[in-house]
Every structure is written in C-alpha cells, then in structure tokens.
Design a protein around this ligand. Sequence first.
Ligand SMILES: *[C@@H]1O[C@H](CO)[C@@H](O)[C@H](O)[C@H]1NC(C)=O
Length: 332
Amino acid sequence: MKIYLSCIFSLIFPLIVSCKMSVKIKRIVEATGLSEGPHWDERSQMLFYVDIYANKIYRYNPENSKVTWAYIAHGPVGSVVPVEDKPNTFVAGCSKDIILVTWDGENNCTDTPIRKLATALKHSQGTRFNDGKVDPMGRFWTGTYTERGQELFLPNEGELYSLDSNKILTTRVKSVSISNGLAWSLDNKILYYIDSPTQKIAEYDYDLQTGSIDNKRIAFDLVENNLPGIPDGMTIDSDGNLWIALFEGAQVIQINPRTRKLLRSIKLPAKRVTSVVFGGTSLDILYVTTAGYGFSIQNEQTPTDDIQGGSIYEIKGTGARGVAANLYKINK
Ligand SMILES: *[C@@H]1O[C@H](CO)[C@@H](O)[C@H](O)[C@H]1NC(C)=O
C-alpha cells in the first residue's frame, strides 16, 4: 500500500518522489557448496554456474526449476562459459588448467569429456583458476590464486590471464592475491577487475583489438564506503553500472564506476555472496550465487552460522537490466 501510494504520488510530483519498486528475493536452488561463476546463456535461456570444490558445472532451467550437473574429474572448477558456434561445448578454468568441456546439459554426467587448452603460466602447489569471463572480442579471461595448507591464499601468488581463439595464454595482471570479478564497460574501453583481498574494484584502459590493459586506477573502495566483506564476482548493467557480490558482506551492491558512488545495496539471507549475473528473457532478473562450505580443500567445513550459504537466489524488480554475455571464440 505504501509503495502504491508513493507511486501515485510520484506520478503527480515526479521530481519530488522517485517511484522505487521494492525488490523480490527468492531462493531458487537449495544450498550446495561453493556456488560461483554464474553465466546466463541467451541461446538456451539457461543459467550455468559452478560448485567449485564439488568439481561440478551446473545448469538451472528457470522454466521448470530443474538442475542438472556435469562432474569434472580433473579438479575444482572456477568458472564456465559456452563456446560460440559449438553446441554442448564450454570453456572452464579447472585446477591450474583451462579446459574445454563437452556436455549436453540435459543429463547429469559423471565422466564428462574434457580437453586441456592451456596451463597457468605461473603455478605452484595449490594454484587454481578462479572466476572467469569472456571479453567483447571472444577471449576468455580468468585468473588464479594459490591456497596452501591452512592458508586461504598466498598473497600476490596469482595472475590474471586471457586465452585467445588460438589458445595463446597471455598474462594481463601479475601479483594478484585472489583473482575474481571481471566486467567490460559498454563502450569496450575499460576493464573492471577485482582482486578480492584489496577490498577495491580496479579499472584499466582496455584495448579491444589487442586485449592489452594499462593505467590502473581505483573505481571503488569498500573500506572508504564503510562496506563489510570483500568484493567477489561482478556484472555490468545496461546503464554501465556495476553489480558486485560482497563475500562475508551478505549483500549485493550497485555502484556507478564513473562517479565512484554507491547507488544501492540489497541484503541477502546468506553471508558469503559470491557472484551475480542478469538473466531471464528480458535480462532483468539478477541471479546471485553464494557459498556455504568449501573455502579450501584442506579446511572444508560447513559454517553453522550460515544455513542458506551455497543457495542460488533470484532478485526481481531492481529496475535494472543486464547485457548479453560474450561467448568464447575458438579456432578449429
Ligand atoms: C540430476 O541430479 C539432481 C541432483 O543433483 C537431481 O535432482 C536430478 O533429478 C538429476 N537429473 C537428471 C536428469 O538425472
């Protein structure tokens, strides 16, 4: 009623009151483990994501709420993106390698066929690929971090890479602690990038043709904005604003990277929010992945303080829309 009245009011006094609809949050998939790397597939209208330490790629069908998975024996999976013009084929960061996965998405698969495309140029015991995304030219960008013993990460032991259509791997950022969220500005001139422990969102000038990046600056600082947790996955909306998952922060934030301002925060019932992507027929549903247990293989346990951790959520009514995700282009 309150919302209704304020909407009527805003029709009469549009400059005084803005008609802000309240958002609807729904848990669509019950908790699993460490859900991450959501990708909305425009062609099939399906949501793909990974459960990192379960070594699984998942497909969620919003039509019937059915979930299917493919088990990857090769190791933990950090992200997954379909390959352009190759049905049932995906690129994924898996353990210290980038692999091609073959899966029909219809059936649960325990012996999923894979092919190795590349290996992290810098790696040691405990190095694995984490979040990944495809740039506007079809290159697959994904970065690493290294966990060892009881250490969640070894500082500055990770790197960010891009893999081109000829399977050439190029180092883009060195000395990364936990490589995470990636997004490109709508004009393809800026790369936004998150190295989680910095608690900042960085931006670089991005050259579309060569993929080279430089002139790093800070687009947003969680600490300066009194925000809890660390930034994890991110996506961009059709207004060029960034949506960022706050791990240990129990929320998703929307920021304007041009003005460096926080636009809004949406609280979630899970603490460890890992990533976000827009999906649905109109790209206006925000899908959110979260983590329960499974932060390191050595230290796997279920936090008792976060019973919804690991679930997938949908958020409707943000008024924002996403942009279609790029697919990996590969020759041959
Ligand atoms: C796949 O496995 C899930 C449990 O993870 C189950 O709910 C679903 O029915 C299975 N689907 C198929 C097609 O076997």
